[in-house]
Design a protein around this ligand. Sequence first.
Ligand code: 4GX
Length: 271
Amino acid sequence: MRIDVVTLFPEMFAPLEHSILGRAIEQGRLTVSYVNPRDFTSDRHRTVDDYPYGGGPGMVMKAEPIFLAVESVARPDSAVVLLSPTGRVFKQSIAAELATRDHLVLICGHYEGVDERVREHLATDEISIGDYVLTGGELAAMVVIDAVARLLPGVLGHAESASDESHSHGLLEYPQYTRPPEFRGWPVPERLLSGHHAEIAKWRRRQSLERTAQLRPDLMTSELLAELADDGTKKRGRRRRSTAEPATSAPAEPDTAVLADSTAPEGESPV
Ligand code: 4GX
């Protein structure tokens, strides 16, 4: 996959050279290049921003340097993604969707934003990494690059494999332990030491279900709720066709007990 990042600050992407992504780049599975809108200005001061029409605080990124920067790298098959708080909120399924593309162009905005014509006539997609306000799109672009790149063939080694993990199957991960079997008096759950693979798989599935119900009730589908309600005492296999789907109740809030401060008013949005 090729990714072109449109940014005023290419130095901010140095962390991508390290670790798993660095290896992917070295192996040629991923190419990340940078294109600076400032290189597509023609005035003496290389101006990339200007005052907003209609007045108001802050500056707006000018359309032309961004259009020229994108047009210098875009191909007919490119996904042109604007990182912005008004985009669709990034999640694993969007990462999976982007990972199928051959070419991504990621546009990182600064200041109060970018001229609306970039969103309307240049971007093919707009993504937010979450409901908070960043100083620029660079960190958001890095989050997207990291989540997408690890899904590319051969990027993760066998040990790191992407198939059996939180969010890909819609459940939170089960608890993991390594040696020693007891640390400061806290033991590893006995089932994990048993070597009984079927029992371990059952325990992990149960832990994933219970954790997800507790911490992320919004992720619980009616199927998962039914599986959670099933206490495992009935005989397995050859399940009878169910006559009714259990009703899914309105998504509950995540368990407030694990949140240090959940006093913010609901529905608060940075946009
Ligand atoms: N997820 N920001 C972008 C400037 C901006 C505003 C509008 C384009 C359109 C953010 C986020 C985010 C702050 C990056 C505003 N650029 N980006 N920047 N959350 O908060 O992606």
